[in-house]
Design a protein around this ligand. Structure first.
Ligand code: UD1
Length: 422
């Protein structure tokens, strides 16, 4: 298992290119299952989660080729040879459940293992299943698998989500494109990844309106065709790298960044005293002298502050002047980075879904353990500003969501190095 060593140091300066969004790409790839014609995704990120989705789609009979070093994915599903998504692949990544809707919509059958994924709470899939059931799917849960059938095809339905779910919205959206009649998704997720998926599906011939709002209307069509689609910028990678100069000082331009992807996050940076400026190429983040101010953060569905930036924000707040409150409203048990940050001298009290972070003058390097994807990168960010050396163990989580992290941070002056093996 690889580790990363970070040596805390001075300010960071330069540019960091931001990749295509992992979470968008993980929803766009299964869209290939909806059509016999090829789907080409450009601006794809090169990550282990993308390789896992490739493995899953290939196991179903799809063809997936990575071109230009993996930045272009050529997908094709002219005939599916298998309709079972096996536990061995699905357990590695929760987004595997996104093959359920498309497979069912196209072929009227799908068997998908219940997913695993990051250890950040229970994370059920009941909303995905309820939406498909509303469209006429017959579901049966046996031995850890969802057995789904729609012998006469899916039919359009009104789906009223009791809570906002990104994945359930994506599954329902894809399924509805080939259902007979009209579907309306109410209380739908509004994340940029949903908008990106809707755009791709529309390029494939789907009839969709309202993406980006909480009500999406889909008019089912008989078939979808091929398309080429560029994956939207990764707003979580963007926010993560915007925090690097915020924590260490300096000025970093994140190439490809756009304010509308990270609006709520930028408001918090502004309140903390960090400047964010739009440039023709992206977003420029500057921290001049002086300590950052404490701010209170509540995670919410988009356009609120993203839960996927909560751990990284905590790394910043650990060294501010005063006390900040971080309230996690999306996932229970998503403060596992707090005790690790505490090993570096952070003063954090966690009570249920709320963390109170008392800023300290400076963190100190320590050996720490990455517990999930976003936690890993928060420890790296903290290490960049800490005194001495931080050894982050178990960075395989990191490779699920961040491509070439050492190169990107090293490129702006960070002292960061990967150690292969144990
Ligand atoms: C996606 C993102 C993940 C992000 C999350 C919230 C991908 C691949 N992953 O995950 O990085 O942290 O959105 O922004 O895009 N829930 C249920 N029943 C369900 C589904 C969800 O109760 O059937 C609950 C979850 O436990 C959670 C909340 O709904 O508390 C939101 O989860 P959801 O939006 O579905 O997250 P994911 O799509 O899994």
């Amino acid at each position: 298992m690889d580790s990363i060593i970070v040596t805390g140091g001075g300010p960071l300066n330069g540019q960091i290119p931001i990749a295509g969004a992992k979470n968008a790409c993980l929803a766009l790839m299964p869209a290939t299952l909806l059509s016999e014609e090829p789907l080409t995704l450009t601006n794809a990120p090169r990550l282990s989660d993308i390789r896992t989705m490739t493995e899953l789609l290939t196991s179903l009979g799809a063809e997936v080729a990575g071109l230009q070093g993996g930045q272009v994915l050529a997908l094709s599903s002219h005939a599916l040879t298998n309709h079972t998504a096996e536990y061995d692949i699905v357990r590695k990544m929760r987004a595997s459940i996104l093959v359920l809707g498309p497979m069912l919509a196209r072929d009227g059958q799908a068997v998908v293992s219940l997913p695993g994924g990051c250890a950040i709470g229970a994370r059920p899939v009941d909303l995905h299943l309820r939406a498909l059931e509303a469209m006429g799917a017959e579901l049966d849960l046996r031995e850890g698998y969802v057995h789904a059938r729609a012998p006469r095809g899916l039919r359009g339905a009104v789906v009223d989500f009791p809570l906002v779910s990104v994945g359930a919205t994506e599954n329902a959206l894809m399924a509805a494109t080939l259902a007979r009649g009209t579907s309306v998704l109410r209380n739908a997720a509004r994340e940029p990844e949903i908008v990106d998926l809707a755009r791709c599906l529309r390029a494939m011939g789907a009839q969709i309106e309202g993406e980006g709002s909480s009500e999406i209307t889909i008019e089912g069509v008989a078939r979808l065709h091929g398309a080429t689609h560029p994956v939207v910028t990764d707003r979580i990678e963007l926010g993560t790298y915007m925090l690097a100069p915020a924590i260490c000082g300096g000025e970093v331009e994140c190439l490809g960044g756009r304010i509308e992807l990270v609006g709520a996050f930028c408001e918090k940076l502004d309140a903390a005293g960090i400047s964010v400026e739009e440039t023709p190429a992206g977003l420029k983040v500057t921290r001049r002298n002086g300590r950052v101010r404490a701010v209170d953060v509540v995670t919410e569905p988009f356009p609120g502050f993203p839960t996927d930036l909560q751990a990284q924000m905590m790394a910043l707040l650990a060294t501010t002047e005063g006390t900040s409150t971080l309230e996690e409203r999306i996932f229970e048990n998503r403060f596992m980075h707090a005790p690790e940050l505490a090993r570096m001298g952070a003063q954090i009290e966690v009570q249920g879904g709320t963390a109170r972070v008392h800023g300290v003058e400076r963190l100190k390097g320590a050996p720490v353990m990455a517990t999930d994807l976003r936690a890993s990168v928060s420890l790296i960010l903290a290490g960049l500003a800490a005194e001495g050396e931080t050894l982050v163990r178990r960075v395989y989580h990191l490779d699920r969501g961040y491509e070439r992290v050492e190169e990107k941070l090293g490129g702006v002056g960070a002292r960061i190095e990967r150690i292969h093996g144990d």
